[in-house]
Design a protein around this ligand. Structure first.
Ligand code: FAD
Length: 446
């Protein structure tokens, strides 16, 4: 099916709110991830609503994995033994205005947290493209937004409470636990069950969002740094054809002098709100055209209560050193005729370096090249190794929650703290209670 026909079929279905392809936890129903591409390998799911319940479930099970909001595309959250849902644990526990922190239960989503913080005069430094995801699931996989000075969402974590394999409760903080803390934040679900997270907050702010159409790739080549510096959060969307960035999304904070000129490096300011995927309804997207709004309703591309992205899709994303951004973008562009037939849209973002061991941005200012694919895994599985080979000289790190085919030996070379992480995981989980096939075949592969 060609891209236009696929999108036309999808458009009617996806314009309406709240039709995410979520399966329920109902008895007898197969339990799937958000996009429906993964059926979890067990139907044994426990719910926990208190830390004590978590502790007794952890003690009782030989092996288990925790579910967040199930937005990962790969099997990182899967278990063939037992799943634990912390859905009821979504309270905002405490806001400490003096320390500028907020402490939350693990399943609170950014969509729930944002308006709460804003009402109290506070904000987070950044958000991902969607607010629907849980804080614990996001921080443990190094989920990121965009902005050359913005680190990923995990970097906001200043404290963690974890139930370890023995059922003990461990608290870790940035202030007191140094390297152990830096190893634990992007924990990939391998250290235990996160039951509380403390996040840094800052005074609230407003954001204006502008979308530009048809930015020539030549301008990206010549002015990459200028483009990135133009917004607080910048996204370039392309299907890699015609040497064009089809949509450039610039999000600026209220104190920015950027006022949305009608033309930007040859691209034209959009005069209506748009979806990053051509032909899909902008109703699902946050307001554009420079209308100021609260940070939580502008930094994500997609609105809470509406289907983010396309819904029926797969995703992959590769992070690599920002200094190689232009070369890497041009290298992917050369693969356009292999990529585009299977693609809904690509997005290019930058993220600042951090010091979290398993972060995709560990010690590296990064560019992220993302692919939203049509839901055709056999085709995507064929094209991913081609992209990975093409980008291999740039030492890419695949997103922990998305699809990749890179072999574990290569993956291990991308994380200098990987052995330390394996030791840290063994300290909290000596028998591999929280390990699953995904972790065994990547991080823990020998
Ligand atoms: C439409 C869409 C858009 C996206 N956009 C972005 C984006 O802009 N940027 C980006 O970086 N990513 C993006 N993602 C990926 C997504 O943010 C990550 O995959 C994230 O992990 C999802 O969180 P979750 O709660 O759904 O995690 P899940 O898929 O439920 O779980 C992920 C991992 O977290 C673990 N986990 C969850 N809760 C706990 C807990 N309490 N204790 C211990 N471990 C736990 C699970 O066991 C698993 O290992 C997007 C995904 C979708 C579907």
């Amino acid at each position: 099916m060609n891209k236009r026909r696929f999108l036309n079929l999808m458009t009617g279905a996806l314009a309406s709110p709240l039709i995410a392809p979520l399966t329920t936890f109902a008895e007898g129903q197969p339990l799937k991830n958000w996009s429906g591409n993964l059926t979890y390998s067990t139907r044994q799911v426990d719910d926990a609503s208190t830390v004590d319940q978590v502790r007794s479930i952890v003690r009782a099970q030989e092996k288990l994995k925790v579910l967040g909001t199930r937005h990962c595309f790969n099997a990182i959250a899967d278990s063939s033994h037992h799943l634990l849902s912390l859905k009821p644990m979504h309270a905002i526990v405490a806001l400490d205005a003096a320390a500028r922190t907020v402490t939350v239960e693990p399943s609170v989503t950014y969509g729930q947290l944002g308006p709460y913080l804003d009402a109290k005069g506070f904000a987070l430094h950044n958000l991902a493209s969607l607010p629907h995801i849980s804080v614990a699931g996001s921080i443990t996989t190094a989920t990121h937004g965009s902005g050359e000075r913005n680190r990923n969402l995990s970097s906001s974590v200043s404290g963690l409470e974890i139930v370890t394999a023995s059922g003990d409760l461990v608290t870790l903080s940035r202030k007191t636990d140094g390297e152990t803390f830096r190893g634990a934040v992007v924990g990939l679900g391998a250290l235990g069950v996160i039951t509380r997270v403390t996040l840094d907050i800052e005074p609230t702010y407003k954001v204006r969002q502008y979308v530009y159409l048809d930015l020539p790739l030549e301008q990206v080549k010549e002015h990459f740094d200028q483009i990135q510096a133009s917004g607080y959060s910048v996204s370039l969307f392309t299907d890699w054809q015609n040497r064009l960035i089809s949509e450039l999304w610039l999000k600026v904070r209220d104190d920015s002098p950027f006022a949305g000129p009608p033309e930007f490096l040859g691209a034209k300011l959009a005069t209506r709100d748009l979806h990053p995927i051509e032909n899909l309804s902008a109703e699902n997207c946050t307001a554009q055209r420079g209308v100021p709004g609260p940070w939580y309703d502008r930094l994500p591309h997609f609105r809470m209560g509406f289907t983010p992205s396309a819904g029926a899709e797969l995703q992959s994303e590769y992070l690599l050193p920002r200094r190689n951004a232009v070369d890497a973008i041009l290298a992917v562009e050369r693969l356009r005729d292999q990529i585009t037939p299977h693609l809904l849209i690509s997005e290019i973002r930058t993220i600042a370096a951090d010091d979290l061991w398993m972060s995709t941005c560990y010690k590296q200012d990064s560019v992220a090249i993302h692919f939203t694919w049509k839901p055709d895994w056999p085709a995507v599985k064929r094209v991913l190794p081609v992209i990975e080979r093409q980008l291999s000289t740039f030492q890419t790190r695949p997103h922990w929650g998305k699809l990749f085919t890179m072999n574990p030996r290569e993956l291990r070379t991308r994380y200098e703290k990987l052995d330390d992480f394996v030791h840290l995981a063994a300290k909290y989980d000596p028998k591999g209670k929280f390990r699953n096939q995904f972790l065994d075949s990547t991080v823990f592969a020998t």
